[in-house]
Structure formats: structure tokens, C-alpha cells
Design a protein around this ligand. Structure first.
Ligand code: PL3
Ligand code: FE2
Ligand code: FE2
Ligand code: FE2
Length: 231
């Protein structure tokens, strides 16, 4: 979607490709690791769903292992320091929300923002990935739709009580995603992924989710525009 198919063969073994991959690979490994612990923490906040969240957390742990294997396969050392900084703001906001028992903000950050980000990134990556990573990523992205759906359903069932908090959390966190996309733009391009395509897929996925939860088109437009506000 949105990405023009050019018949350029990618050489996965060049220094340039492997250098960019050391950061992108670290980002997805760190993202999967944070998703793992975020779901365990969500399981603490929602005891009636602890089993479900533990199941999702285990899937995230498998995803992490899969992406570690992708890096190994290309003989790349993931730059985990870079990735930790990349996620630090979003991570900090999740931890702040967790500390106050703010389930709605935690769900917005993990289930909506991070899962939509992952779905967009993985779908754009699959057609340009090396054959080993493509197989792994195809398996992973199927799970991410389930994760997104789990959060959507809870928020849909609690929409009236969550609406105001969701809008605040969106305003606070969507601009952070924009900054993250800008930080990854150059490396993503080396891997054959265009920022415009990432933004487009993210916004389509995120907007659809907000709609499922209960927001109307006007709300969705307004909330999406918040991404463009400086963080
Ligand atoms: C949730 O299950 C996982 C969270 C991972 C977040 C991924 C964000 C990725 C942004 C960087 C774009 C490049 C993706 C390349 C895929 C290997
Ligand atoms: Fe090669
Ligand atoms: Fe995942
Ligand atoms: Fe996930």
C-alpha cells in the first residue's frame, strides 16, 4: 500500500545495508521486549485478563527471538543503546500511566499506537525483506493484528468512560510517534521502506482502530491531526 514497486534488487550484505539494519533490527527487538513487559504490566492492572495478557506477552517474546534471528542471519549486531533511546519517551509515558493505574492510557500506548506502528512497519518491510526475515515477519504481523484487536475490544466496551482520557493520551503520544518516524526515516529508506508509506499505513490502521472503538469521523480527523503538533 502506498509503496511503489521498483524493480531494484537489494543487496542485503553491503556495509550500508547492515549498518542501517543494526538500528532498525534493534528497534524491533526493543519494541518487542517492551511490548512483552507492557502486557505483563497490563495483566497486573486488569486481573480478570491476566491470563490473556500473559498469552500476548509470550507472543511478543517469540517475536523478539524471531527478530534476533533475523539480525544473526545477516551477521548484524543490533545497536540496543540506540533503540532504548528511540523508545524512551513512549516507554516513560507508559510507566507514568502504569504508576497511576491509568489503564486507558496504557492501552492506547501499547495496544493502539505501538501495535499500529508495528503493523505498518512490518507490512511495509515484508516485500523488501531478505527471504529469511520475510518468513519471520509474515508470522509476526498476523499476531500483531490479534494484539490490536484485544485492546480495541476492551476500549470499545468502555468507550464512554475512556473517551476523554483517550483524547488526552492521543494528544500526548501521537506527536512522539511522528518524531520516531523522522528518526528512522533515513535507515528505513536504506532497507527499501519509504517514510510516506509508513505514515500512510500507520494512519489508516490507527484511524480504523479509533473508529472501531467508537470515535466518529470528525473525532478521528481531529485526533489524527494531533500527530502534527510539536511534541
Ligand atoms: C509490538 O508487538 C511490537 C512493537 C515493535 C515496534 C516496531 C516499530 C518499528 C518502526 C521502525 C520501522 C522499520 C521496521 C522494519 C521491520 C523489521
Ligand atoms: Fe550480497
Ligand atoms: Fe510483537
Ligand atoms: Fe504485539
Amino acid at each position: 500500500m502506498g509503496q511503489t514497486l521498483e524493480a531494484v534488487a537489494i543487496d542485503y550484505h553491503t556495509e550500508n545495508y547492515r549498518d542501517a539494519y543494526s538500528r532498525i533490527n534493534a528497534i524491533v527487538i526493543e519494541g518487542e521486549a517492551e511490548a512483552y513487559s507492557n502486557y505483563l504490566q497490563l495483566g497486573e492492572l486488569l486481573p480478570e485478563f491476566t491470563e490473556d495478557f500473559t498469552r500476548l506477552a509470550k507472543m511478543e517474546d517469540r517475536h523478539k527471538k524471531g527478530f534476533i534471528a533475523c539480525g544473526k542471519n545477516l551477521k548484524v549486531t543490533a545497536d540496543m543503546d540506540f533503540a532504548e533511546k528511540f523508545f524512551s519517551e513512549l516507554h516513560g509515558n507508559f510507566q507514568k500511566a502504569f504508576a497511576t493505574g491509568d489503564i486507558v492510557t496504557c492501552l492506547l500506548i501499547q495496544s493502539l499506537i505501538i501495535e499500529c506502528f508495528a503493523i505498518a512497519a512490518y507490512n511495509i518491510y515484508i516485500p523488501v525483506a531478505d527471504p529469511f526475515a520475510r518468513k519471520i515477519t509474515e508470522g509476526v504481523v498476523k499476531d500483531e493484528y490479534l494484539h490490536l484487536n484485544f485492546g480495541e475490544e476492551w476500549l470499545q466496551n468502555h468507550f464512554d468512560d475512556s473517551k476523554v482520557t483517550l483524547e488526552q493520551a492521543n494528544r500526548q503520544n501521537l506527536p512522539i510517534v511522528w518524531k520516531m518516524l523522522n528518526q528512522v526515516e533515513a535507515d528505513a529508506k536504506v532497507l527499501g521502506m519509504e517514510k510516506e508509506a509508513l505514515v500512510e499505513d500507520f494512519m489508516i490502521q490507527y484511524g480504523e482502530s479509533l473508529g472501531k472503538i467508537g470515535f466518529n469521523t470528525r473525532d478521528i480527523m481531529r485526533m489524527s491531526a494531533m500527530g502534527l503538533v510539536a511534541a
